[in-house]
Write a protein that binds this ligand. Structure first.
Ligand code: CAA
Length: 257
């Protein structure tokens, strides 16, 4: 499938999605969100895809935010719709996908860009990356889930500081704050994401999907994470992947999922 604003390629069980508007620092306009929505839905349906790696084209930016030029003249209802549609089409879709995603943060991840990375299940940053939610400097607030996901990742106090001061964290600071899992050089970024993906690929996709659902349930209003875990745990039993995993253990061989 060809897209105007992203590149998408499947290789060895990994779907590589690259946001490809480098002249605009990969800013997320409506068309890019629509392309990402399509690519993620296609990856989710493809049983051969076991992990998604999301990155930005070129070396300067992962994504420098929502496209400011596109929304600068929006009305109140257009603004509300921008946040609602974006959250539904992309950020919630990615976070609740069965397929685990890794954000390979190769430069600026600001505003909607950091929000996109935070909607991924795992974050790895190159040492030139800068991360922040600078929206209040524009007279607006994070609208793609940033106020919620940042607080759940780094804690309320640190999220309040990052959002109200609109400051950027370096990759090393982001790791210290728990915002990213690993930091490496730009050259090592995709290989490191592939290394994490290769560990994911050894495991049961069915169990991974249920684990994602259970972890997310603890951060979802109206759901009890422990109850969801009990039910998802039970639903693993009798599945072919459970039989394969437990049989392989007893036969002292690697499971083949
Ligand atoms: N939207 C639209 N265009 C953007 C953009 C954005 N978020 N970020 C960068 N660009 C464009 C610039 O306008 C410029 O385009 P032109 O050459 O056509 O003028 C091009 O990308 C290169 O950017 P700069 O010249 O600004 O590059 P720089 O090296 O001087 O600065 C930067 C880099 C610090 C990242 C700076 O571009 C910047 O501050 N960008 C905006 C960051 C931001 O505020 N993001 C939050 C957006 S709001 C949001 O995301 C809301 C939400 O939650 C839904």
């Amino acid at each position: 499938m060809n897209y105007d604003n992203i590149l998408s390629e499947n290789k060895d069980g990994i779907c590589y999605i690259t946001i490809n508007r480098p002249k605009q620092l990969n800013a997320l306009n409506g068309a890019t969100i629509a392309d990402l929505n399509k690519a993620i839905i296609i990856a989710e349906k493809d049983k051969l895809v076991r992990c998604i790696i999301l990155t930005g084209a070129d070396t300067k930016a992962f994504v420098a935010g929502a496209d400011i030029k596109e929304f600068a003249k929006f009305t109140v209802s257009q603004g509300e719709n921008l946040a609602k549609q974006g959250q539904e089409l992309l950020f919630d879709l990615l976070e609740n996908a069965d397929t685990p995603s890794i954000a390979a943060i190769n430069g600026f991840a600001l505003g909607g860009g950091l929000e996109l990375a935070m909607a991924c299940h795992i974050r790895i940053a190159s040492d030139n990356a800068k991360m922040g939610l600078p929206e209040v400097s524009l007279g607006v607030i994070p609208g793609y889930g940033g106020t919620q996901r940042l607080a759940s990742l780094v804690g309320k106090g640190k999220a309040m500081e990052m959002i109200t001061t609109a400051t950027m964290l370096s990759a090393v600071e982001a790791k210290e704050w728990g915002l990213v899992n690993h930091v490496c050089t730009q050259e090592e970024l995709i290989p490191m994401a592939e290394k994490v993906a290769s560990k994911i690929k050894r495991n049961s996709p069915m169990a991974i999907a249920k684990a994602i659902k259970s972890v997310n349930a603890g951060f979802t209003d109206g759901l009890n994470g422990f109850e969801v875990e009990i039910s998802e745990f039970g639903s693993c039993f009798e599945t072919s992947e459970f039989v394969e995993g437990t049989t392989a253990f007893m036969e002292k061989r690697k499971a083949n999922f």
